[in-house]
Design a protein around this ligand. Structure first.
Ligand code: OSB
Ligand code: MG
Length: 369
């Protein structure tokens, strides 16, 4: 396969409800879509970084520039045997995994379409045809509002609830949730809001029987999670600090965590995500698929990824309507009353693009060839 053209598009979509984490509130997503064209076929990817460099160092505009100035020139007009090989062309760019991952995922989608098979098959997935879904619920203005949201999602069938925590929105909040919902699968995501000085505060959360606590310490910190994990009964799940299979191997070897969250963009695409998956599986560490408030393309890619066999815990992959008035794919991602998403058999990522809808929210477009 030879990539003849790459089209970058910047789209803007307001969230149905703001999403708040320990690092801030998001009302509107600005996302870069990547289309790769070859032989009359097209593959699509979505860059998952935020609008600000607060989750990690990337943001919408940095992703655009990295793709335009560094990734695209290395990929255009080369002959590749596979998407995995194309991914390797950008490997010596330091960091910017989400920018590179958006293009990498588009090339996998293209490969699947050229082979006329579903993407989940091309990446070696399909071990599970029905993906278990959880939801991630942001920090709310009041505990009452949070309880209401949890109730809605539990009633919709979602299989586990994740709430966001930070110092001051943690113990009392989780206590109230546990009192109202004693038996739900519950976890908390700190998005790096604590330090080792908070070890006693975090140990108090052990009494709530949480499935895990996600990324309590700094975004670039693996090692300090080792003494924290030793002090907690609750498993630690790492998110931000696992950017490669090498990091995953180190975290597992050091016993810094009991669980891993895999985000396609954070590790730079399917090639690396599969490596993380495989080594976690060998080590007996369960994984689940994280989310970055994706639009339909990113959501569909996450569904394909989640079909690999070691994705044994419900992920942050949920219905389009929780985020968007109108998503950019058709049909939109829907969740069964059992709290699952069914894999689709159409070629590529499995959903049709709403091209007119994309055009109507497109702020910028650039064709690279
Ligand atoms: O840490 O998992 C995270 C959203 C934005 C940035 C980071 C995170 C999240 C989520 C939302 O938790 C997951 C989703 O519903 O897409
Ligand atoms: Mg997280």
């Amino acid at each position: 396969m030879k990539i003849e053209q790459i089209v970058l598009r910047l789209i803007e979509m307001p969230l149905v409800h703001f999403f708040e984490t320990s690092f801030g509130r998001t009302y509107v997503r600005r996302m870069v879509l990547v289309e790769v064209r070859s032989d009359g076929a097209a593959g699509w990817g979505e860059v998952t970084c935020g609008e600000n460099p607060f989750y990690n160092e990337e943001w919408t505009e940095s992703a655009w520039m990295i793709l335009r100035d560094f990734v695209a020139p290395r990929v255009l007009s080369h002959e590749f045997a596979s998407a995995a090989e194309a991914a390797g062309r950008g490997a010596h760019i330091r960091g910017h995994n989400m920018a590179r991952g958006g293009l990498e995922a588009a090339v996998w989608d293209l490969e699947a379409r050229l082979k006329n098979e579903p993407l989940w098959k091309t990446i070696g997935g399909g071990a599970q045809k029905e993906i278990a879904c959880g939801v991630s619920i942001g920090i709310q203005d009041s505990i009452g509002q949070l309880l209401e949201k949890i109730e809605t999602e539990v009633n919709a069938g979602y299989r586990r609830i994740k709430i966001k925590i930070k110092p001051g929105w943690d113990f009392d909040v989780i206590a109230a949730v546990r009192k109202r919902f004693p038996s739900i699968l519950l976890m908390a995501d700190a998005n790096s809001a604590y330090t080792l000085a908070d070890i006693d505060r975090l140990r108090r959360l052990d009494e709530f029987n949480l499935m895990m606590i996600e990324q309590p310490l700094a975004h670039d910190e693996i090692i300090d999670h080792v003494p924290l994990q030793a002090a907690l009964k609750t498993p630690i799940c790492l998110d931000e600090c696992i950017r490669s299979a090498h990091h995953a191997e180190q975290a597992i070897r050091l016993k810094a965590c009991g669980i891993l969250n895999i985000k396609l963009g954070r590790v730079g695409g399917f090639t690396e995500a599969r490596k993380v998956h495989d080594l976690a599986q060998k080590a007996g560490i369960p994984v689940w698929c994280g989310g970055m408030l994706e639009a339909g393309i990113g959501r569909a890619h996450n569904i394909a990824l989640s079909s690999l066999p070691n994705f044994t815990l419900p992920g942050d992959v949920s219905a389009s309507r929780r985020y968007w008035k109108r998503d950019i794919i058709q049909p939109e991602v829907e969740v069964t009353p059992r709290g699952t998403i069914l894999l689709r058999d159409e070629p590529g990522f499995g959903y049709a693009l709403d091209q007119g809808g994309i055009q109507s929210i497109c702020l910028r477009e650039e064709i690279l060839s």
